[in-house]
Ligand binder design. Structure first.
Ligand code: ATP
Ligand code: MG
Length: 332
């Protein structure tokens, strides 16, 4: 059976980008067709300046939102990364497999290290080694497919390279995975800066739709989305990124092809109105289920306990095998 792994960082409130690019497919498709593991990857949240209480709160909120989005613990394994030691154990071996040049080439490292420096913060070593930990997340589960948004495909490519290199050096140990981005919604752009992707850790929330935003807040953000000075509605990602993003979101939420949907509109106002309503409708059930799950903290705890146990049982033998393969003496 196909094995799927994917994760989400507790670095901010989950966004429409996270949902359309990743989470929706996990809930609607992946958990039904594969042996799927999904993780709130909290260790990755420590690669940038963080507030301990906030990370703890956001981790719990992310788990609750994933359940609200429809992940069913009977059908998939849902767990918190730091509850399973194998991730950190394997990450070290992959740091010993990757080169510093390859890590420095990662776009996410370049962007996030530049942002930290611009904010007068130092850059943590773990921001550079992040892809080794992400590769460990994936390889520890003998993963075949990694459903992620466009922005993560470079990290999955590196994971493939590391798996192949490790296997060549030390004998076959890891399954070589591949990224599977969605057809629509793979890169939702920021509504205020449609040349940059919507990201949950970004400072300015005006261009970001959060999954828990009230309907009126969603409407306001969409109606204020930056477009351009043109009048007619056309789908042109390069030339008119703001309008193209709205058409992408409409297609991802309501169906259809972005370029064809464009033909149905003669004004930006009408398009924005429809986008706002489509997003509100997609998020409505999620917000409602989230509210009822918050009232059941014991249930969420039980899901995480069982999820960690199941994940450990899969990862343990794989990581033990990797430890033996590189030449580390097995304990007595
Ligand atoms: P951060 O700003 O902290 O990096 P993020 O919003 O990028 O947060 P991640 O935890 O890095 O979220 O990624 C979780 C998943 O969501 C990944 O599969 C990623 O590809 C996907 N994703 C993130 N942002 C977008 C987006 N704007 N459009 C589509 N998919 C996205
Ligand atoms: Mg990200």
């Amino acid at each position: 059976m196909t094995r799927i792994f994917s994760g989400i960082k507790p670095t901010g409130h989950l966004t429409l980008g996270n949902y359309l690019g990743a989470v929706r497919r996990w809930a609607e498709v992946d958990q039904y067709r594969a042996d799927a593991l999904f993780s709130v990857v909290d260790l990755h949240a420590l690669t940038v300046e963080h507030d301990p209480a906030r990370v703890r709160r956001l981790s719990r909120q992310a788990v609750t939102l994933l359940l609200a989005a429809g992940l069913d613990p009977e059908r998939c394994t849902l767990f918190v990364q730091s509850h399973v030691d194998e991730h950190a154990r394997l990450s070290y071996l992959l740091e010993c497999t990757a080169t510093d040049g390859e890590l420095r080439r990662m776009i996410q490292y370049k962007e996030k290290s530049a942002a930290a420096r611009a904010a007068g913060q130092s850059v943590r070593v773990s921001l550079l080694t992040y892809p080794a930990l992400m590769a460990a997340d994936i390889l520890a589960y003998e993963t075949d497919e990694v459903p992620v948004g466009d922005d993560q495909t470079q990290h999955v490519e590196l994971t493939r390279d590391l798996a192949v290199r490790f296997n060549q050096r030390y004998g076959h140990t890891f399954t070589v995975p591949r990224a599977t981005p969605p057809k629509v919604g793979a890169r939702v752009m920021d509504l205020q800066d449609p040349t940059g992707k919507m990201g949950k850790s970004h400072e300015n929330g005006a261009g970001i739709v959060y999954l828990l935003d009230e309907p009126d807040v969603v409407r306001r953000k969409v109606m204020r989305a930056v477009t351009d000075s043109g009048r007619d509605v056309a789908y042109d990602r390069e030339g008119r990124p703001g309008v193209a993003n709205l058409l992408d979101v409409l297609a991802a939420c309501g169906g259809g092809e972005p370029a064809e949907l464009a033909g149905a509109y003669t004004s930006y106002g009408a398009l924005k109105k429809d986008v706002a309503e489509a997003v509100v409708e997609v998020l409505r059930p999620l917000r409602e289920r989230h509210a009822s799950l918050v009232a059941e903290p014991g249930y969420v705890d039980a899901v995480l306990r069982e999820g960690a146990e199941r994940a450990r049982a899969v990862a343990r033998p794989v990581v033990d095998r990797a430890y033996r393969a590189v030449g580390l003496l097995p304990p007595g």
